[in-house]
Design a binder for this molecule. Structure first.
Ligand code: HEC
Length: 611
């Protein structure tokens, strides 16, 4: 035993307490600090923040408390548990004293896994981000397991709490009677989809925002593929949570996989994004060199088949700011959405985001196609040129060199384009972005615009943020718009005719009344089934609408404290990013969100069903 240092024993105790299937990830606390904390705490950028020396006088428990429950919750929300603990130990210069919180009681784990010890792809299923490879987010009747007439009777069946989290989980995925989802803590869970007991839990290296996408494994079994916030992609055995392979798809320090990968023909297609645009508050930061990309990996081995950047040229110096920091570019065109597959044309489609720094490129804020085989990219259409946006643009001390135009729209395509065919056989690629516009492009005619429609006011957090749904020849468009001076005018949900783009109905929000905070914007992705569309709001309301009329047929206020099946105290809050998962007579939704203008943190996954 004398060979083992005290910190190593502390580390072992911590792993035992966490009880994860994976060995935990050896995180470099110094690297986490440099990347995510130093801009404010190194003593240069932000004079309100305690210096590195002051932080060094705190205990690791005290620092962890600030990150998980205190003043630094927002700053640490996208760091995994392992990263938060590593940075706490690094700053304090000593290991944790006692066992850190044991996250789950033994009773949270399934007692008898029975047939559920076998992972299968059996329906009812909601696989990946968008239920199908076209990203329609429309669950047909057989998969939904309930009809429109059942929806008003939906009741909460159980709730599952995420310890230490300020945001709920990712888009839940259902197959073979299991529910799979990840969270910002770096956990991936497999639960019994009926009862919510834990079948297994695996810890990955960084936080997870990507949903898993499941596929059959050669030789038998099911593999779950997902990405993390450090741009790692994992293949995980869906039976027991063991990591089969792990590949880093982008070495850039700020690269991340936020969207869900797509799986097609034995290849995992991974969209790569980055929050580098948010780092630019620091005048010493040499903004920006990240380029969005799609990476194709062999599903069996993780070997890279191709990697194709949304910006062809690498960044080079383009000027200096007043602090003398070199500004580099072009950059950006991050890919925040899950690819949609067009098997007939051998293509996948994604939308790209804004440029992060000058010069502007012809591939930002665009709908683009990548060849499934070679990765060659073509632009179907660019929707707004010269959209150079970063976190310095809205500041009074904005500098021309890094943000040339203060009013840059920040009109990312964060939502997946949806690839569909109308009843008359017309193929359409339906795409919407943060400007609040929706377009239908003809992929058979080089992306020619068939129709376009403005559904409401857009903006940095507004317009179409995370996802539309398409079904029954309708396009359901959520609007994330919010103006603090007119909260009641926020958001809303609109249905368009898929063939013409004509507005069929537009449903405003019910008044907030005494509800506080009042932020009824619809930033989260929506989900639909025959006759019903579900949409959640930034202030935690979940609505089900009659798909034909827009009338609200069921509503649930998720901002509550929950007694959870896994013994973790949990509360609901803002809904953003992922939307409801409809499968097997159940509706699963995450509640609680702490970034992108969200107003109520929370840490719960809710499961509704009919009695
Ligand atoms: C955008 C700037 C910013 C970033 C990034 C940031 N912090 Fe802070 N931090 C602050 C400010 C400002 C305060 C003082 C907050 C207050 O007093 O309310 C603070 C306070 C703290 C405290 C003391 C909290 C307390 O309760 O006394 C800790 C510990 C801390 N930060 C750790 C971190 C760590 C670790 C990171 C990186 C994961 C980080 N911070 C990232 C600005 C930042």
């Amino acid at each position: 035993m004398r060979f083992l240092s005290r910190s190593f024993i502390g580390w072992l105790l911590m792993l035992m307490a966490i009880g994860a299937a994976a060995p935990g990830w050896a995180q470099d606390g110094a690297a986490v600090f440099k990347l995510y904390c130093a801009s404010c705490h190194a003593g240069a950028g932000n004079d309100r923040a305690p210096t590195r020396d002051v932080l060094g006088q705190l205990s690791p428990e005290r620092i962890l408390l600030a990150l998980e429950k205190g003043a630094m919750q927002a700053q640490a929300a996208e760091r995994s548990r392992a990263q938060r603990r590593a940075v706490a130990v690094y700053l304090a210069g000593k290991p944790f004293g006692a066992d850190p919180l044991k996250p789950f009681p033994d009773s949270a784990f399934c007692a008898n896994t029975g047939v559920k010890s076998v992972a299968s792809l059996q329906a009812p299923a909601w696989n990946g981000w968008g239920v199908d490879k076209a990203n329609t987010r429309f669950q047909p009747a057989a998969g939904a397991g309930i009809g429109a007439a059942d929806v008003p009777a939906l009741k909460l069946k159980w709730a599952f709490g995420l310890p230490g989290a300020s945001s709920g989980g990712t888009q839940p995925v259902v197959a073979g009677g299991r529910l799979y989802f990840g969270n910002a803590e770096g956990d991936l869970f497999a639960l019994d989809a009926k009862t919510g007991c834990i079948l297994w839990r695996t810890e990955v290296e960084a936080g997870v925002r990507s949903a898993p996408v499941l596929g059959p494994r050669a030789g038998g079994g099911v593999t779950a593929y997902l990405g993390d916030q450090a741009a790692n992609v994992y293949a995980i055995d869906a039976a027991d949570g063991k990591i089969l392979w792990k590949v880093k798809v982008d070495d850039y320090a700020q690269a991340a996989v936020t969207a869900t990968p797509q799986l097609h023909g034995g290849v995992v297609y991974v969209p790569v994004s980055s929050r580098e645009e948010s780092k630019v508050g620091d005048p010493l930061y040499p903004c920006c060199a990240f380029r969005g990309s799609v990476v194709a990996l062999d599903a069996a081995t993780g070997q890279q088949a191709w990697k194709s950047y949304a910006i062809a040229q690498q960044a080079a110096p383009s000027g200096k700011n007043s602090a003398g920091t070199v500004i580099v570019g072009p950059s950006g065109a991050a890919i925040w959405n899950t690819p949609s597959i067009d098997e007939q044309r051998g293509l996948l489609y994604v939308g790209t985001g804004n440029n992060f720094s000058p010069p502007a490129t012809a591939t930002s804020d665009s709908v683009v196609a990548f060849s499934l085989k070679s990765g060659a990219m073509t632009v179907l259409r660019q929707f707004g040129p010269d959209d150079i946006w970063n976190a310095s643009c809205r500041r009074p001390d904005r500098e021309q060199a890094v943000c040339p135009v203060a009013e840059s729209p920040d009109a990312d395509f964060a939502a997946s384009p949806v690839m569909v065919t109308t009843k008359t056989g017309q193929p359409l690629l339906v795409a919407g972005n943060k400007s609040g516009s929706v377009w239908a492009l003809d992929p058979a005619a080089g992306g020619k615009t068939v129709w376009d429609q403005q559904v409401g006011q857009g903006g940095t957090g507004g317009g179409v943020l995370w996802g539309m749904a398409v079904g029954e020849d309708r396009v359901y468009v959520p609007n994330g718009f919010f103006d603090a001076k007119r909260p009641d005018a926020a958001g809303g949900l609109t249905a368009l005719d898929l063939n013409t783009g004509r507005v069929l109905w537009s449903a405003p929000n019910p008044p907030c009344g005494a509800r506080k905070p009042c932020k009824p914007s619809h930033a989260a992705a929506v989900s639909a089934m025959p006759g019903v569309v579900f949409s959640g709001t930034m202030d935690g309301q979940l609505y089900a609408y009659d798909a034909a009329t827009g009338k609200i047929i069921w509503a649930y206020d998720s901002v509550q404290d929950y007694t959870t099946v896994n013994g973790v105290s949990a509360k609901g809050g803002s809904m953003s990013n992922a939307g409801p998962t409809l499968a097997g007579g159940m509706v699963y939704v995450q509640s609680g969100y702490a970034h992108h203008g969200a107003v109520i943190p929370g840490n719960v996954l809710l499961a509704f069903g009919v009695p």
